[in-house]
Write a protein that binds this ligand. Sequence first.
Ligand SMILES: *Cc1c(COP(=O)(O)O)cnc(C)c1O
Length: 373
Amino acid sequence: MAIPDDARRSLSSGPVMLVDLAAIQRNFRKLAKMTRGTCAAIVKGDGYGHGMCEASSALRHIGAELFFCARFEDALTLRAGLGAGPRIAVLDGVSPPDMGEARARDIIPVINSLEQLHVISAVAKQTARRIPAFVHLDTAMNRLGLAPEDDEYAKPSLAACDVQAYMTHFASADDVDLDLCRLQVSRLTQRAKPLSRAPLSIANSCGVFLGSELHGDIIRPGKSTFGINPLPDADNPMEQPATILAPVVHIRSLKKGDPVGYSCTWHAPEPRQIAILAIGYANGFMRDNSNRGSVTFGGLRAPVVGRVSMDLTAVDISALPETAVHVGTAAEIVGNTITYREVAETIATNEHEALIALGRGCKRFFVNGAANG
Ligand SMILES: *Cc1c(COP(=O)(O)O)cnc(C)c1O
């Protein structure tokens, strides 16, 4: 694997995340081919931990023209990074004090409530111009979006909006609950029809893979663009863009019975060789990996022993060839031999949460096609 020089220098003292932007582009192209409509890029959660701005620029480069982020602040960052042109929408919507700036920066609110709708229609009246907006109709999540009983009150104000799409979000596509997905599609279709003519935006990643009748006109895959497996029980059709590495900073020989780490939760059952890695929960390598996770050296497994500390983790390298691991050798935390799914399952969470934590905690470097070759 080719590691860029600046990343290699950083890796001499701490963990790094290498993000292959070309893999993100290939994932997005694959998703875009699955629809005859528009494929939006969902880049919330700092691009699911992969770097919102860099990933979005890479996607813009291959033609992505619609981006969704969660917060207004992220939308401003994205607009500054992408420049004028692509549509940028905020899933949370835009609060009244931010409306002026949203208009100035051409940021599109997602309308999630009657209150948000009324603010926008008031601004539209003041400026005598219709305001572009996505309108979120809640069909099962009970999170964001207009409730069915809101529709009749919404209709008059919707005339002030240039509705980019009526959207809804699947509650259980990830669990392949096809009946609920279909019910949500039919609820959205029925509710949108009397409101106004506009495209429908429905499927998230899992929905995209469940069939085109669930897509609508604008698909909104997020996690799959970033290589998280959209299929609950099958091999990952996407490429994992991130490789996470941590350096060995120390090697120790243990005698039978020697403990390791805080609270002595592991004792060497016989003489053992352990390596201390410069990664810990401060880097997003969660404490739940204690005595449970593993890392690899050249594809060979080394289990975590003892508690994961804030900045350090011990792994048992006794089963590896003596020459395989030295001070300075990089352990793979995530990559070709350790999937996103495995890392998430070890700590009983989803891949999103695991990757976002690691993406925040490890120094990120961007490569183009080099890291996963
Ligand atoms: C997160 C999100 C998506 C993308 O979902 P994935 O499961 O990551 O593909 C799409 N739409 C909305 C409203 C979201 O919040």
